[in-house]
Design a protein around this ligand. Structure first.
Ligand code: 9MR
Length: 748
């Protein structure tokens, strides 16, 4: 068939919610060049190839193919063309028409690398109609290569089907597409809820430079408050001219409030506490569907039931008897269980450690803080298999990971006994979508590291004091493992996980274990009261250092975990009050940051470079504010902590709530191999209460690179499943959400 151009169907754009755009108008650049050979199939299908299980031929001037059923992955049945040249930084328009019979089969259309590691630079997965549709997308190549590939991958279905394609084109030199996110109304609010007695702030994006009137309307449309905006000038985090709005004087409750200013009406929001009671639970419920080594029950999580991942059932090679990477060690271990880290199937001790600490700390705070309510995450609150066993559900959930962390310890008798393996994951990266139970890769243990060892020492020591009332034997076992890990770390103080170990899983590289030593010593001291651990805490330079910066607390910066617990868990540590004051001083710093930000978050990274997982950095800085409130009872810290949640739930430059299922417009296409509805309509979106990583200035993934080049701060984010550097889900990020959702709910 001769080349034709059909405008893209708008309905399809809505369906994909992705990189679909109208064709750029205006004069074509002179240098537009076609990279695909014979995309029109007028007389032959050459030089297109198919996988051996696909039969293809000419039919009516198109390429039509019989696709077999019963394959696991999209790429198991494909039609493609190799030797495509791509130029780094050049924009390409990738277009094709396709039809499928019966209707509704997804086809994965990719531009990628034809050789290992088979990187994908652009991909979409439309569901095909019987009559056929035209598809067109623009992207920018992140690489130079002559080994590119264009392919339509049609596998992964149970039944055989018939695919036809035509007019395949990859046109180089097209004008780069300017991506403009749809940011909705210019009045930016917390789209979920403000607390009746809490702070209520909003941000207006406007060209105006002098104060403007604002009005607050309740759900019936009645104006219940009004005032004037405060011009704030250009906001560095977004590049926008903004005003702030303070409607904290209003104390009513209800749903469907809107804020009006400058001719714009905000998205609706509530004033009340019930949304936070729900979020407190949903944020922790997330962990059950992240579990490895156990079937997820559909009766407990409707729509999320799936077979157990990484036991011995084929095609899994299982986590029950895992060898080391070649040359890594001589033993094999049962490391089944635990939580999958994120959107991948890897399990990493340092990220599991900090996530476990933050869940346990959420529980520990509920026991110790004036506003804590332990029953809120107690037994029978989370609908998990252990509910009803008389142990608080949040402890049951954290124990699923603790049992895995314990299994990662090198057994007695082996070299480096007592150390802890840094991670276990697939030998090679797998594609999306892929249920944990469908992963065919060999699993491998990676060498022990000092940081992983100290993560076990810290969390197992903390567990020993929290599980003691429920299971003395487990508490004793945990404390023994923590002591063994501590001794092993002292004997091997500088065994680091390298940046280079990132094939098939993340590196979690760290070349400084001093913060993990401090944190582990703090937890061991708080549990045992022993002088050896107090001495280590008091002797660590980190005990008095200013450790709370823009990036105060995450998996690689764990000193803050120790300092916060030393400030809140009762002990006889000499100088304990000084440590408590240091947390309050840090909170003063975060309050100053928050006051300086027109979007009101306690986060202003150096050079406005948003970090990987920035949404959880905002939350972890808020945890310091919340802890200062617990320590002092001063309302300004509580208000700062509560206000930080507004940014996460919609008061931001993108007008998006970063929590799935919360807020009128929310992240729900997070990068995940099993919450992958964007790629396979048979799979679910992430569960309600899943936090997205959020803006990341480094935009490491090709998809973000093709859409977000030159982005400013808050704009370095896109809610697409391909954007693993801005939009993944992760156990450590949801832990920060858990901690803060629980704190805010407690302030009702
Ligand atoms: O969140 C992690 C970030 O701080 C690191 O810089 C990055 C590279 O090691 O890894 C991030 O964590 C990812 C991990 O490596 C693999 N699983 C998904 C994690 C979240 O994106």
């Amino acid at each position: 068939m001769q080349r034709r151009r059909t405008p893209v169907l708008a309905a399809l754009a809505a369906l994909l919610g992705a990189a679909l755009t109208a064709l750029p108008s205006g004069p074509a650049a002179a240098a537009e060049t076609e990279q695909v050979v014979n995309g029109t199939f007028d007389t032959t299908t050459a030089p297109w190839w198919t996988t051996p299980n696909v039969t293809a031929g000419l039919s009516d001037g198109q390429l039509c193919a019989d696709v077999p059923g019963g394959t696991a992955n999209r790429w198991d049945a494909a039609v493609g063309q190799n030797d495509i040249t791509l130029v780094k930084g050049e924009s390409y328009r990738f277009a094709f028409t396709a039809s499928g019979s019966p209707a509704g089969h997804p086809v994965r259309a990719i531009v990628g690398l034809s050789v290992a590691p088979y990187d994908t630079y652009f991909e979409v997965t439309p569901q095909l109609s019987v009559s056929g549709d035209a598809y067109s997308y623009t992207f920018t190549s992140p690489v130079d290569t002559t080994q590119g590939q264009v392919a339509l991958q049609a596998g992964g279905g149970a039944d055989a089907w018939h695919l036809c394609m035509d007019d395949v084109s990859l046109l180089g030199g097209v004008p780069p597409e300017v991506y403009e996110p749809d940011t909705g109304p210019r009045v930016r609010v917390n789209q979920v809820a403000y607390l009746p007695a809490g702070p209520k702030n909003a941000t207006l994006v406007t060209a105006a430079t002098s104060p403007l009137p604002w009005r607050l309307k309740n759900g019936r449309g009645a104006v219940v408050a009004h005032g004037r905006t405060v011009p704030r000038g250009t906001d560095a985090s977004s590049g926008q001219n903004v005003h702030s709005i303070d409607f904290g004087g209003y104390r009513g409750r209800g749903d469907g409030f809107t804020l009006l200013a400058d001719g714009e009406t905000s998205r609706p929001f509530g004033i009340g506490t019930s949304a936070y009671e729900r979020l407190r639970l949903d944020a922790v419920k997330y962990y059950y569907t992240q579990r490895s080594g156990i079937a997820i029950r559909d009766d407990l999580r409707p729509g999320y039931g799936r077979p157990a991942g990484h036991l011995d059932a084929a095609p899994n090679r299982g986590d029950l008897d895992v060898p080391c990477v070649p040359g890594g060690c001589d033993h094999r271990l049962d490391v089944s269980g635990g939580w999958y880290d994120a959107g991948d199937h890897g399990k990493y001790v340092v990220n599991g450690g900090i996530a476990t600490w933050e869940l346990l700390s959420t529980y520990e705070r509920s026991l110790l803080a004036r506003t804590g309510h332990p029953a809120k995450l107690g037994d029978d609150t989370l609908a998990i298999p252990e509910s009803g066993n008389k142990v608080p559900d949040i402890l049951d959930e954290a124990r699923w990971e603790l049992e895995f962390l314990l299994k990662m310890q090198v057994p007695a008798g082996q070299p480096a006994a007592g150390m802890v393996h840094h991670k276990v994951h697939d030998a090679q990266w797998t594609g999306l979508p892929l249920l944990p139970s469908d992963d065919p890769q060999q699993r491998e243990l990676h060498p022990p590291s000092t940081t992983a060892t100290l993560n076990l020492a810290a969390t197992a020591a903390q567990a020993a004091r929290l599980y003691r009332p429920y299971d003395r034997r487990f508490a004793a076992k945990a404390l023994a493992a923590a002591r063994t890990a501590w001794a092993a770390a002292l004997a091997h103080p500088d065994v680091y996980a390298p940046e280079s170990d990132a094939t098939g899983g993340g590196a979690y590289a760290d070349s400084d274990a001093s913060d993990e030593f401090y944190w582990a010593a703090a937890e061991l001291y708080l549990t045992t009261g022993e002088k050896q651990f107090a001495d280590h805490v008091l002797g660590s330079p980190l005990h008095t250092a200013d450790i709370f910066g823009p990036l105060g607390l995450d998996w690689s910066r764990t000193a803050a975990a120790g300092r916060l617990d030393l400030a809140t868990v009762p002990s006889a540590l000499p100088g304990r009050d000084k440590g408590r004051r240091s947390v309050v001083r840090a909170a003063d710093g975060y309050l100053a940051t928050l006051a300086g930000q027109p979007y009101g978050m306690p986060y202003a990274p150096d050079g406005n470079r948003y970090d990987w997982g920035s949404s959880h950095q905002v939350l972890n800085n808020a945890v310091v504010l919340a802890t200062a409130y617990d320590v002092t009872g001063a309302a300004k810290y509580r208000d700062g902590a509560v206000q930080s949640m507004d940014y996460i739930l919609g008061r931001n430059a993108l007008n998006i709530s970063y929590v799935t299922g919360y807020g009128e417009v929310n992240s729900h296409h997070q990068h995940s191999r099993w919450y992958a509805r964007e790629l396979d309509p048979a799979l679910p979106d992430p569960p309600a209460g899943t936090l997205a990583g959020g803006p990341n200035s480094a935009i490491q993934d090709p998809y973000a690179q093709s859409r977000l080049q030159g982005c400013v701060g808050q704009f370095c984010y896109i809610d697409d499943i391909q954007s693993w550097s801005t939009n993944e889900t992760a156990i450590n990020w949801n832990a920060a959400l858990t901690r803060m959702a629980s704190f805010v709910a407690d302030q009702g």
